[in-house]
Design a protein around this ligand. Structure first.
Ligand SMILES: [Zn+2]
Length: 106
Protein backbone atom coordinates (compact mmCIF):
# COMPACT_ATOMS: atom_id res chain seq x y z
CA UNK A 1 0.00 0.00 0.00
CA UNK A 2 1.44 3.33 -1.04
CA UNK A 3 0.79 5.81 1.72
CA UNK A 4 3.07 8.58 0.56
CA UNK A 5 0.21 10.71 -0.78
CA UNK A 6 -2.15 10.48 2.15
CA UNK A 7 -1.79 12.31 5.43
CA UNK A 8 -1.18 10.07 8.40
CA UNK A 9 -1.64 11.04 12.01
CA UNK A 10 0.61 9.49 14.59
CA UNK A 11 0.68 10.40 18.22
CA UNK A 12 4.21 10.87 19.39
CA UNK A 13 5.46 11.37 22.86
CA UNK A 14 8.92 12.21 24.05
CA UNK A 15 10.42 9.27 25.85
CA UNK A 16 11.45 9.65 29.43
CA UNK A 17 15.17 10.06 29.39
CA UNK A 18 17.24 7.82 31.56
CA UNK A 19 20.31 9.51 32.87
CA UNK A 20 21.97 12.49 31.22
CA UNK A 21 20.92 13.51 27.70
CA UNK A 22 23.04 11.61 25.23
CA UNK A 23 24.20 12.97 21.96
CA UNK A 24 22.74 10.79 19.30
CA UNK A 25 22.56 11.22 15.59
CA UNK A 26 19.00 11.75 14.45
CA UNK A 27 17.51 8.56 12.98
CA UNK A 28 15.68 10.55 10.33
CA UNK A 29 18.02 13.20 8.93
CA UNK A 30 21.31 11.72 10.22
CA UNK A 31 22.49 15.27 10.73
CA UNK A 32 24.26 16.70 13.71
CA UNK A 33 24.78 20.39 13.14
CA UNK A 34 24.94 21.15 16.83
CA UNK A 35 21.64 23.04 16.88
CA UNK A 36 19.42 20.28 18.20
CA UNK A 37 19.75 17.25 20.38
CA UNK A 38 18.13 14.05 19.21
CA UNK A 39 15.39 12.92 21.56
CA UNK A 40 13.63 9.62 21.84
CA UNK A 41 10.22 9.83 20.18
CA UNK A 42 7.84 7.02 20.92
CA UNK A 43 4.71 6.08 19.00
CA UNK A 44 2.20 3.49 20.01
CA UNK A 45 1.74 0.81 17.36
CA UNK A 46 -1.54 0.44 15.54
CA UNK A 47 -4.03 -2.30 16.36
CA UNK A 48 -3.89 -4.98 19.03
CA UNK A 49 -0.14 -4.70 19.50
CA UNK A 50 -0.49 -1.02 20.36
CA UNK A 51 -3.31 -1.75 22.76
CA UNK A 52 -1.01 -4.25 24.40
CA UNK A 53 1.51 -1.46 24.92
CA UNK A 54 3.84 -2.15 22.00
CA UNK A 55 5.64 0.97 20.81
CA UNK A 56 8.15 2.07 18.19
CA UNK A 57 10.86 4.47 19.24
CA UNK A 58 13.42 6.48 17.33
CA UNK A 59 15.89 9.20 18.15
CA UNK A 60 14.82 12.31 16.25
CA UNK A 61 15.88 15.95 16.30
CA UNK A 62 14.16 17.52 19.29
CA UNK A 63 12.92 20.45 17.23
CA UNK A 64 11.70 18.18 14.40
CA UNK A 65 13.42 20.44 11.89
CA UNK A 66 14.89 17.53 9.93
CA UNK A 67 13.18 18.78 6.79
CA UNK A 68 15.22 21.97 7.07
CA UNK A 69 18.50 20.27 7.90
CA UNK A 70 18.50 18.00 4.87
CA UNK A 71 18.05 21.05 2.63
CA UNK A 72 20.99 22.93 4.04
CA UNK A 73 23.65 23.42 1.37
CA UNK A 74 26.44 20.91 1.70
CA UNK A 75 29.77 22.18 2.93
CA UNK A 76 32.69 21.55 0.58
CA UNK A 77 34.03 18.66 2.69
CA UNK A 78 30.56 17.02 2.75
CA UNK A 79 30.23 16.83 -1.00
CA UNK A 80 30.83 13.51 -2.65
CA UNK A 81 34.24 13.25 -4.24
CA UNK A 82 32.83 10.85 -6.80
CA UNK A 83 30.04 13.25 -7.71
CA UNK A 84 27.29 11.07 -6.24
CA UNK A 85 23.97 12.93 -6.04
CA UNK A 86 22.84 14.47 -2.76
CA UNK A 87 20.03 12.18 -1.62
CA UNK A 88 19.41 13.62 1.84
CA UNK A 89 15.85 14.73 1.09
CA UNK A 90 14.92 11.35 -0.41
CA UNK A 91 16.63 9.49 2.42
CA UNK A 92 14.72 11.50 5.02
CA UNK A 93 11.43 10.80 3.26
CA UNK A 94 12.04 7.06 3.11
CA UNK A 95 13.17 6.87 6.75
CA UNK A 96 10.08 8.69 7.96
CA UNK A 97 7.85 6.49 5.80
CA UNK A 98 9.62 3.44 7.17
CA UNK A 99 8.85 4.63 10.68
CA UNK A 100 5.20 5.21 9.78
CA UNK A 101 5.04 1.72 8.28
CA UNK A 102 6.44 0.20 11.47
CA UNK A 103 3.84 2.04 13.52
CA UNK A 104 0.99 1.01 11.24
CA UNK A 105 2.05 -2.60 10.76
CA UNK A 106 -0.53 -4.79 12.44
ZN1 LIG B 1 16.74 15.09 12.33
Amino acid sequence: EDISDEPVGIELRVGTSVGPARTTLCDWCRTDDGTSTARLLVARRAGPRGRAGDTVGQYVCGDLACWKRVRRPLKPHEKSVTGAPDLRVDDLRSRVLEFVERVRAA
